[in-house]
Ligand binder design. Structure first.
Ligand SMILES: [Zn+2]
Length: 244
């Protein structure tokens, strides 16, 4: 009897350990910048040419959108904006302004919720509703996708794969580190140090709390140009792969 109880203890112990390992693996998988179960995910394009893509997440929000568009125009830099459907539905004119200025709009979901255990139908609604709004703003296909919080697990990659939508993540994300994000100078220095040919830089500039990121943009442009970098949209960066 005692032996049997010991045996079960071992089995339960092994099962519990297995479950914990599975949860850790699932969590790592859900937050990965360069791996998803199905479909293509791109944190950086592997090229030698000194091209870099600036990408801005969330919004479009009034005021901040005009401000970043003015900065980009002053410096003649094209960029990619991963916008949410909920904000684009509120401010369709801002989406049009972004496209008209020669920038690219990408899909950042409708509600900006983490899509880890989201049912397939909900994933489809989130992406399709936003894609419709992006097309109405004048953006042509292909429209790239960036998962909110970089989160995904099963249904989101399945949808992306079935619909041949490419996930764009990042290899340089200064405002994910509070000590870097604390000042515009730190952000610009960090980006200048971390960027490689084909890098995809992620910045948040659509909120009052991200004033340092907004203020860092001219410095980032100046420093990267000094290093010989040229700015392109995500679409043009991906097109470079065929040429390489
Ligand atoms: Zn976001």
């Amino acid at each position: 009897m005692k032996q049997l109880r010991l045996h079960w203890k071992k089995v339960f112990g092994a099962l519990a350990l297995g479950l914990v390992l599975l949860m850790v693996a699932g969590w790592q998988l859900s937050r990965s910048r360069d791996y998803q179960l199905l479909g293509e995910i791109v944190p950086r394009v592997d090229i030698d040419k000194k091209l870099v893509a600036l990408t801005f997440d969330d919004g479009p929000t009034p005021g901040f959108t005009e401000e970043i568009l003015t900065t980009l125009k002053t410096h003649q830099v094209p960029a990619t904006f991963f916008v949410t459907g909920k904000d684009l539905a509120k401010h369709p004119e801002l989406g049009k302004k972004i496209v008209r200025a020669g920038h690219e709009l990408g899909n950042h979901s409708f509600s900006h919720k983490r899509m880890v255990f989201t049912p397939y139908d909900k994933v489809r609604q989130e992406l399709e509703a936003t894609e419709d709004l992006i097309k109405q703003a004048g953006q042509n296909e292909p429209i790239f996708f960036r998962p909110p919080y970089t989160k995904k697990l099963f249904n989101l990659p399945l949808y992306l794969w079935l619909n041949q939508v490419v996930s764009i993540t990042t290899d340089v994300e200064p405002d994910s580190y509070p000590e870097v994000a604390a000042s515009a100078d730190n952000i610009a220095d960090y980006v200048a140090a971390e960027v490689q040919p084909g890098s995809i830089v992620l910045l948040h500039v659509m909120y009052p709390s991200r004033a340092t990121s907004m203020a860092a943009v001219p410095g980032i442009i100046q420093k990267l140009r000094q290093q010989g970098y040229e700015f392109v949209t995500v679409r043009d960066l991906l097109a470079e792969r065929q040429r390489a």
